[in-house]
Design a protein around this ligand. Structure first.
Ligand code: ADP
Ligand code: MG
Length: 245
């Protein structure tokens, strides 16, 4: 990709959901650029459009109008199989409800995306061990999810999301089912992985208390970006623009 292309470019994106006789505008002409290596939060109250935005960036959904570019590629031009390949190879997902496979151990859950990608058994073993070590769970590798705490389950989910070294990790309210202590730890863990491995994270939350150390915070209200903090100055980001037309 040309050096000038951002990792993610959201251009004039609107997403409407049809109802019986009208439409809900979940996102309204949103513009956003995210560079490789960023650690970014999408914040906003329930219903503000956080999930809609993450689903669009993750190519799980398509805009009603506007464009989403990943590394300069207009995702609307991709075929369904190219779209799933992009999702599989470039993006890691962390979900609010963990979404681990209950009959698999922690390490089998982390291995799963590599199996789907056809990675060799030896390489899978190496990368799974590394990813579990990255999230501090090497000693829990052979436990099934029901024997892990909520915080541990979500760390397994983070290991699964990073095991294939995606260009981008998307986490939609990853702390919603955690207590405050575990929630803070999870954000800190993701931030550590961002700094140590250079992984790009975009996570959403409606909990302002979790954003103290987040370098860039994009705030949504009613489907519009109302502020975007400056990526300089870790805890004292300055409001730059409301980049909505
Ligand atoms: P958040 O994640 O910030 O809570 P969402 O992106 O889920 O917000 O929702 C934004 C708006 O879009 C809300 O008004 C919601 O009701 C609406 N919405 C989201 N998904 C759908 C859908 N599949 N069908 C109809 N309306 C939806
Ligand atoms: Mg949501």
């Amino acid at each position: 990709m040309p050096a000038s292309d951002p990792l993610v470019s959201v251009d004039q994106v609107t997403r409407k959901f049809p109802l019986d006789h009208s439409a809900v505008t979940a996102l309204d002409h949103v513009n956003l650029r995210i560079d490789s290596g960023e650690f970014l939060a999408i914040s906003g109250p329930s219903g503000s459009g956080k999930s809609t935005l993450l689903n669009l960036i993750g190519c799980i959904d398509r805009p009603t109008s506007g464009q989403i570019l990943i590394e300069g590629t207009d995702t609307s031009r991709l075929s369904p199989s190219q779209t799933s390949a992009l999702r599989r190879e470039k993006i890691g997902f962390v979900f609010q409800t963990f979404n681990l496979i209950p009959v698999f151990t922690a390490s089998e859950n982390v291995e799963y995306p590599l199996l789907v990608q056809g990675v060799s058994a030896m390489e899978r073993r190496r990368r799974v061990a590394e990813a579990l070590a990255n999230v501090g769970l090497s000693s829990r590798a052979h436990q099934r999810p029901d024997l892990l705490s909520g915080g541990e389950r979500q760390r397994v989910a983070v290991a699964r999301a990073i095991v294939h070294r995606p260009a981008l990790v998307l986490a939609d309210e990853p702390t919603a089912n955690l207590d405050t202590h575990n929630a803070t730890q999870l954000i800190d863990l993701m931030h550590d992985l961002n700094r140590s491995l250079g992984l790009t994270f975009i996570f959403s939350t409606h909990d302002q208390r979790l954003l103290e150390h987040t370098p860039r915070i994009v705030s949504l209200t009613d489907g519009r970006i109302i502020s975007d903090t400056h990526p300089e100055g870790e805890s004292h980001g300055q409001v730059l623009t409301a980049c909505v037309s």
